[in-house]
Design a protein around this ligand. Sequence first.
Ligand code: GRF
Length: 186
Amino acid sequence: MKKVVILISGRGSNMKAIAENVQTGNLQNHCEIIEIFSNKFNAEGLKLATKMGLKTFSIASRKQKNYNELLFEHLKKLAPDFIILAGYMKILNAKIVKHFNRKIINIHPADTNLHQGLNGYKWAFENKMSKTKITVHFVDEGLDSGEIIDQIEVDISNCQTLLEVEQKGLKIEHKFYSECLLKIIE
Ligand code: GRF
């Protein structure tokens, strides 16, 4: 059983999907979620995690000047086998990335070769793309620049609004992330 910690900043729908798969889906008996961590005290996903019976913890990145140092010490204490980023909106510093080399995984709602940073679905929608990709990758010191683990194509040719693109993409993310995690964990 691998110990995993999930880092979030917001609504936590990917966190929820992973947690459900740990409880009753493809990740059952493969890993144990030891904590849901957030850099925001009021992240919606923390409430969701508590409801699901998961242990939560947060350090306010806006209030703590030495946030990265505190996070590093916290993660070292937890000693997880994997750190899963699920809508975690901060860049992890070099110290953390080096210490947990190839143990930090992220999901990005675009092809990381073509678009890095925020608003991946908006980028695809505004560029009138008929297809986009979702990428699961290892985290390195850069912005969405780590080694790609796997990608999945999303057909958005029939989507009329950005909301439709996001809804379609997220539904795929929720299944795809756990499938990729299983490959890595095994
Ligand atoms: C997802 O689109 C994910 O790919 C990106 O941030 C979003 C997080 O959504 N990294 P949620 O908090 O998991 O609902």
